[in-house]
Write a protein that binds this ligand. Structure first.
Ligand code: CU
Length: 311
């Protein structure tokens, strides 16, 4: 009976011990050979936390001459972490056969290391340490809807949903979406919705550590594209009045007409003032619709006033 109780206690103790011993320690390995100018191999990145440093300078790593090297962490040059004092001297004929280990704790940042043997001054390098520990933060996900819109904000003919996800910890593993509550689908490219009507596109992302971001949603309406009111559009890249390039982008205003089409500088006007009033009116409508800013309007109307159209 006592033995059974002791046995049970032992089992409990072993179970409790498992989580800490299950943490896999990071091992970083440097090797050296006959070169006096560079290490044969070295890590470029690591994560913060307890780390086993291995420095091997032996026949196995290519040292055929018995040349000694050190792996020495820089503790003085500005711009680097200075919290690890490491200075391992190794050569193929030392008591360890040239293979040495040390236990250190790395913190986020950059470390610089070098070989301290005289004449080996270019044998240097650095590595970056990222935040360690378990990733418990889900990815950040967002979506943007794009497409040609009418004055009410409806998408003409189709809407395109572009989802992006980032994860600072373990990285993004999967991004998924569904349209109007349909099955979740792996997101690989922007999603084009052509079916007319109101839609909801849901999206979510999961990181490598298994954290899933709460589902989010964008909603929009796709309507029949209207007839092209301006079939022979002036599609110059910017708004041009007479000889003057205003620099304002000559966008499609939503019905197939560009801003240059609406300004219509080749039409007949009673006089110059009539042309300027016409420009002021069409551009004001575009400002109200959110197509142009008030500043754009100023630039365009002043260019119209300076032009000789209508004279
Ligand atoms: Cu060296």
């Amino acid at each position: 009976m006592l033995a059974t109780v002791l046995g049970a206690a032992l089992v409990v103790a072993l179970l409790v011990a498992v989580p800490s011993s299950a943490v896999v320690a990071q091992v970083l390995t440097w090797t050296a050979n006959d070169s006096t100018t560079r290490y044969a191999s070295a890590p470029a990145t690591a994560v913060a936390g307890p780390t086993t440093i291995v420095f091997e300078n032996s026949a196995a790593t290519g040292n055929t001459t018995g040349m000694p090297h050190t792996l020495t962490f820089d503790t003085s040059t500005p711009g680097y972490n200075h919290d690890v004092a490491l200075n391992i001297l190794a050569n193929p004929f030392d008591a360890n056969g040239g293979r040495h280990e040390a236990e250190v704790t790395l913190t986020p940042g950059r470390y610089r290391y070098f070989c301290a043997i005289p004449g080996h001054s270019t044998m240097v390098g650095e590595f970056t340490v990222g935040p360690g520990g378990a990733d418990t933060t889900p990815p950040e996900v967002s979506a943007v809807v794009s497409g040609e819109r009418d004055g009410s904000g409806n998408y003409l003919g189709s809407a395109t949903v572009t989802v992006s996800a980032t994860d600072a910890g373990s990285g993004v593993a999967t991004v998924e979406y569904n349209v109007d509550g349909g099955p979740w689908t792996a997101y690989t490219a922007p999603v084009v919705v052509r079916q007319l009507g109101a839609h909801m596109v849901h999206y979510r992302a999961t990181d490598v550590a298994g954290n899933t971001a709460p589902e989010e949603m964008v909603s929009f309406t796709v309507v029949e594209p209207g007839p092209d009111v301006c079939p022979n559009s002036d599609i110059r890249p910017t708004v041009v009045i007479g000889a003057e390039n205003t620099g304002v982008t000559n966008v499609d205003t939503g019905n197939g007409c560009t801003i240059n089409d609406l300004i219509d500088e080749d039409a007949e006007y009673a006089d110059h003032a009539a042309f300027v009033r016409h420009v002021d009116a069409v551009i004001e409508a575009l400002v109200t619709a959110g197509v142009l800013t008030r500043r754009d309007k100023g630039v365009i109307v002043r260019a119209a006033a300076r032009s000789d159209i209508g004279y």
